[in-house]
Design a protein around this ligand. Structure first.
Ligand code: NDP
Length: 293
């Protein structure tokens, strides 16, 4: 039986519509949520991401501020901008678009954002909160994966989950979230040194692939009826097409969809969820700042 396709486009739209109502309620209480985005340099992909975030803010009713800085900006100049937003009570979330130019240490900048406004959830304090099950924000891409599982109608409790990839942005926080008492999954975290990765993957009820390896997960690595979440975004050659390239995930979609119970597509799966979760964190930050539940 062919898998249910869990559409991130649809789920993220649904979430944005829900948040639009929530923002209207907050505004009625005199609270205007606000996200500040900082973009350094001219990276074309980053410009697209920032513009998409701005559009999502507009749609939901979140006020968005933007600071664009030239690539030559010094660390001190950037810290000054971050601190300006840190000290502005009308700003609830701060996001510094990555990657930063090479001469600026990313860690230093990300840790300069006060944890209360760290809506990307990269600050060690917020990461630590997740580890002890006291969540304030959830990191956007991992939270997007979990929302797709939930809204797709699937449970995590009691399930075996294979996470392929252990980065601090995706795999690691996912593992931290999934084995909490709230989610009750048993996690197998896999990486390049994992023995028998194929067998571990094939034994899992849920597979989350976040490796950056085009179509790595084949049908023989997936259990019949598994839920497969594909985080990977890989540009591969596609001779004969208009662009000459296409985007594929870390999962061989066409063959795995014949075996899985559900699968997310690439594009249109996890990708659009990341922005929706960023918006959600901004609302959480605004509520917290105003002392609202
Ligand atoms: P990283 O490169 O930081 O991490 C990749 C992880 O995968 C590492 O832990 C690595 O293992 C593991 N890995 C790589 N190759 C293999 C292999 N052959 N076998 C087993 N494990 C392997 O990647 P990210 O986490 O940043 O991103 C992963 C993918 O997700 C990328 O395609 C990226 O574009 C995409 N992505 C998508 C987002 C979205 O919004 N949809 C957001 C963020 C990322 P080891 O640690 O041993 O090196």
């Amino acid at each position: 039986m062919a898998a249910k396709i869990i559409s991130g486009n649809e789920v993220s739209q649904q979430m944005k519509d829900e948040m639009k109502l929530e923002v209207a309620e907050l505004k009625a209480k005199g609270l205007q949520p606000c996200l500040a985005v900082i973009l350094v340099g001219e990276d074309p992909a980053s410009k697209v991401y920032v513009s998409n975030k701005k559009k999502a803010c507009e749609y939901i009713g979140i006020r968005s501020l933007e600071t664009r800085l030239p690539a030559e900006t010094t660390t001190e100049e950037l810290l000054k901008v971050v601190n300006g937003y840190n000290n502005d009570p009308s700003v609830h979330g701060i996001l510094c678009q990555l990657p930063l130019p090479k001469h600026i240490p990313e860690t230093k900048i990300l840790r300069a954002i006060v944890p209360e406004k760290d809506v990307d959830c990269f600050h060690p304090f917020n990461v630590g909160l997740i580890s002890i099950g006291e969540v304030r924000f959830l990191p956007c891409t991992p939270a997007g994966c979990l929302e797709l599982i939930k809204r797709g109608g699937f449970e995590t409790s009691g399930k075996d989950v294979a996470i392929l990839g252990r980065s601090n942005i995706v795999g690691r926080p996912l593992s931290n979230m999934l084995d909490q008492r709230t989610m009750n999954a048993t996690v197998f975290m896999c990486h390049t040194k994992t023995k028998n990765l194929k067998e571990k993957c094939a034994g899992a009820d849920i597979v989350i692939a976040a490796m950056g390896q085009p179509e790595f997960v084949k049908a023989d690595m997936v259990k019949e009826g598994a839920v497969v979440i594909d985080v990977g975004i890989n540009r591969v050659d596609a001779p004969g097409t208009e662009k000459g390239w296409k985007l594929v995930g870390d999962v061989a979609f066409d063959e795995v969809k014949e075996k899985a119970a559900a699968i997310t597509p690439v594009p249109g799966g996890v990708g659009p969820m990341t922005i929706a979760m960023l918006m959600k964190n901004t609302l959480t930050a605004a509520r917290e700042a105003a002392g609202l539940k």
